[in-house]
Design a protein around this ligand. Structure first.
Ligand code: NAP
Length: 248
């Protein structure tokens, strides 16, 4: 099946790898990003070089209007979304909960929880066959932090990803009758720029070896799992969240 895929936070890191992997299957990909226009343009070029079609769409997942617009723009260019990857997410600097300020916690929850729920809601309104859609699949990007709690690092982020796991469990049941499967992935430590954005540029190199597999993962390894969950090969899988964490 050839998909029209929308990937939030698709300009860099895991989202970019998912976009390119979809492109290599000939899929058309709406690539949402927050502000890094050059990275988004590079991802579009790599999706097209891989054999797909790409469209960069700027927008903040925490904005309802932006979320509606990213679905509209993807649909106008490529037809209705049949594969949705709810990937955009942020992390704050390492801190105990006692030392976190409200503004930081609110932004984490705005982007990682409200944003992800808005994106999933828009998919739930458009994708199910009983709402006039074509059916398809959604993958929500969580984190092993949801299980581990991230003590001394970022309890706010960990909790925001716990909400994603609940979203996957509940939405899978709501959308199954409409022909939409909903699954999640929980990456462990993956080599992306998110660690630098949290003030720890060497996090993957430093903590990767402590995973049972002995290294950090690559964005392409997470993308493989996401693409499998979106594909017909996973036709009886819904409501599942898979760890992609090297055993962490
Ligand atoms: P990344 O390299 O920092 O890339 C994040 C992407 O999300 C960028 O394209 C960024 O846009 C976009 N973005 C950020 N805030 C946004 C917003 N408000 N609205 C729309 N787009 C936004 O991150 P990553 O490591 O690939 O992480 C992707 C997902 O995997 C996140 O949900 C993260 O929590 C999860 N995850 C990552 C790891 C890891 O070790 N890397 C582990 C577990 C889970 P710009 O390019 O325009 O800035």
């Amino acid at each position: 099946m050839t998909h029209t895929m929308l990937v939030t936070g698709g300009a860099r890191g895991i989202g970019r790898a998912v976009a390119i992997a979809g492109g290599s299957l000939g899929w058309s990909v709406g690539i949402n990003y927050a502000g890094n226009e050059a990275a988004a343009a590079e991802t579009v070029a790599r999706v097209e070089a891989a054999g797909g079609r790409g469209l960069a769409i700027r927008g903040d997942v925490a904005s309802e209007a932006d979320v509606i617009a990213m679905f509209d723009e993807t649909q106008a260019a490529f037809g209705p979304v049949t594969a949705l990857v709810n990937n955009a997410g942020i992390v704050g600097p390492k801190s105990t909960l006692a030392d976190m300020d409200l503004a930081r916690m609110q932004r984490i929850f705005d982007v990682n929880v409200t944003g992800a729920y808005l994106v999933a809601r828009e998919g739930a309104r458009r994708m199910p066959t009983d709402r006039g859609g074509k059916g398809g699949a959604i993958v929500n990007v969580s984190s092993v932090a949801a299980r581990l709690g991230a003590p001394g690092q970022y309890l706010d982020y960990a909790g925001s990803k716990g909400a994603i796991d609940s979203l996957t469990a509940g939405l899978a049941k709501e959308l199954a009758p409409g022909g939409v499967r909903v699954n999640g992935v929980r990456p462990g430590i993956i080599e992306t720029e998110i660690h630098a954005s949290g003030g720890e540029p060497n996090r993957a190199a430093e903590l990767g070896p402590s995973a049972p597999i002995g290294r950090a993962g690559t964005p392409a390894e997470v993308a493989e799992t996401v693409i499998w969950l979106l594909s017909e090969a996973a036709s009886f899988v819904t409501g599942a969240t898979l760890d992609v964490s090297g055993g962490r």
